[in-house]
Design a protein around this ligand. Structure first.
Ligand SMILES: [Zn+2]
Length: 283
């Protein structure tokens, strides 16, 4: 671990803030403790981009200078002690396709053209293959099965949450690697919180229709035909539905929209913003 530890060991119920020089990122205590992975969720701090992309914009698909994004990506990889050539990028379309990747996918997205298309979730059991997904309010889901030594990473925006990409990611790990719910550790990363994710009734109804029995845990009226949706809770519930123990799931409870000094937020910054990344690799 190269990062400086800033949180006390007692704070186990949230993600940990780490820094590497002026670069700030977040990690999951149970994942760190396993000693099996290198991982992190980036902030906007510690990069070279300017303006709306200030400063650690990792979004290669945005209009930022490609050289700056590349430099930012190299910096984040260095903070996590991985090689950029080890990474495999998702190709996110707000759906629920999950793909198993291996050695032959290394470098796809960063170093060479990718054959991975329309994919919001990645799983692997290959050490040295670093999964990468991208965010600016949507929910990052990190999975670790320490028994079968397998990992998963998925991008769960509101559409992906309703499409239960969290369950699909777990099931991909179950099918490919034999992962059991009771062994699976999950981190729900920084993303737009129930404080800020306000929607109209059609979107609210998608959640109520998907989880009629849990509607009041996920959707609340915020007046004037508006509702707030708790994406963190909806993702937790869908994993509990599979039998993942509550204690195995940790939520960062960090709202990207409330904290644009630290994070990029698509909604708060009205689309004029950069991208953060989640990275997860078996060592
Ligand atoms: Zn908020």
């Amino acid at each position: 671990m190269q990062g400086r530890k800033e949180n006390s060991p007692i704070m186990k119920n949230t993600f940990l803030k780490r820094s590497f020089g002026d670069l700030v990122y977040y990690t999951i205590p149970s994942f760190e403790k396993s000693g099996m992975v290198k991982h992190g969720f980036s902030s906007r701090l510690g990069g070279v981009s300017t303006g709306e992309y200030f400063s650690l914009n990792l979004g290669f698909k945005r209009n930022d200078s490609p050289e700056k994004v590349k430099e930012n990506f190299i910096r984040f990889c260095k903070a996590l002690d991985i090689q950029p050539e080890q990474t495999v990028f998702s190709d996110q379309i707000h759906k629920n396709k999950v793909v198993a990747v291996n050695e032959k996918h290394k470098g796809m997205g960063f170093a060479r053209q990718s054959e991975i298309q329309g994919t919001d979730g990645l799983v692997t059991d290959c050490p040295g293959v670093a999964l990468v997904t991208y965010y600016a309010d949507c929910v990052p889901l990190f999975f670790l099965d320490p028994v079968h030594k397998a990992i998963g990473l998925s991008h769960s925006g509101w559409r992906g949450t309703v499409a239960k990409i969290g369950q699909k990611t777990f099931k991909a790990m179950q099918n490919h690697y034999g992962t059991k719910p009771e062994d699976c550790l999950v981190g729900i990363g920084p993303s737009i919180g129930p404080c800020c994710f306000e929607v109209d009734s059609p979107v609210a109804n998608e959640f109520i229709d998907t989880w009629p029995e849990y509607g009041d845990r996920i959707v609340r009226s915020s007046g004037k035909a508006k509702f707030t949706v708790d994406l963190w809770e909806a993702n937790r519930i869908q994993l509990e539905e599979l039998g993942v123990p509550n204690n195995n799931i940790i939520t960062a409870a960090l709202c990207t929209s409330c904290n644009t000094d630290i994070f990029f937020s698509h909604r708060k910054e009205k689309g004029r913003t950069g991208s953060m990344a989640a990275v997860l690799m078996l060592v």
